[in-house]
Design a protein around this ligand. Structure first.
Ligand SMILES: Cc1cc2nc3c(=O)[nH]c(=O)nc-3n(C[C@H](O)[C@H](O)[C@H](O)COP(=O)(O)O)c2cc1C
Length: 187
């Protein structure tokens, strides 16, 4: 099997991280991979905001929790009021992937960029996970103000975030169970 297919098949979401930071060189390689993703009309209207400052990440988590605490959903309220809830699993790096929602392809562009991020990270020995919560809450006024403060373009929605870092040594990886019947081939 070639290296690309091996990387695709061996990537798994990582939900626990050591404190080891992703190097500037590797972060740049991953961000560059993101910008090489296919995107609608090649307009490249997306933006990648990478955070490697633990205090900024913790503040973002607090804003997300604040939004959850206001929700009607009991499960989200619990997360919002939890002392320990951390939407990014204490990963040392988070990349926020945003785009202009007036472009109909905005979410697809971001999905392609996210997958490039995950595969580039895997190829460099770096663990990753899709983090949904900043996107889920980006219409909340306080989350929005914070996103703008850290450089997410004001006109953008957050479509996904990628947690990046290193899994603790020996951390078990779940076996991938594939759903049946998801492929049709017509010849
Ligand atoms: C659109 C999308 C949103 C996701 N949101 C989250 C999330 O917020 N937190 C999380 O831990 N995993 C999240 N995931 C990761 C999925 O749970 C994971 O990809 C799936 O269980 C398959 O496992 P694997 O990535 O290890 O192959 C998300 C994945 C996608 C594609």
């Amino acid at each position: 099997m070639n290296e690309v297919l091996k990387t695709i098949k061996s990537r798994r979401s990582v939900r626990a991280y050591t404190e080891q930071q992703v190097s500037v060189e590797d972060l740049n390689r991953i961000l560059e991979a993101a910008t090489y993703a296919p995107n609608g009309m090649n307009f490249q209207t997306w933006h990648f905001t990478a955070i490697q400052d633990a205090a900024v990440l913790a503040e973002l988590n607090e804003k997300v929790k604040g939004a959850f605490a206001k929700s009607d959903d009991v499960h989200l309220q619990e997360r919002g009021n939890s002392e320990t809830y951390c939407c990014y699993y204490h990963a040392p790096t988070l990349i926020i992937v945003s785009n202009d929602p007036s472009r109909w392809w905005a979410p697809m562009d971001c999905g392609c960029a996210m997958q490039n991020i995950f595969l580039a990270a895997k190829s460099l020995g770096i663990g990753s996970c899709w983090i949904n919560q900043p996107g889920q809450t980006c219409d909340d006024a306080e989350v929005r103000a914070f996103l703008t403060k850290i450089g997410v373009p004001e006109t953008h929605r957050v479509y996904g975030c990628a947690a990046l870092g290193y899994a603790p040594e020996g951390a078990p990886m779940k076996e991938k169970k594939l759903a049946e019947g998801t492929v049709t081939i017509i010849r």
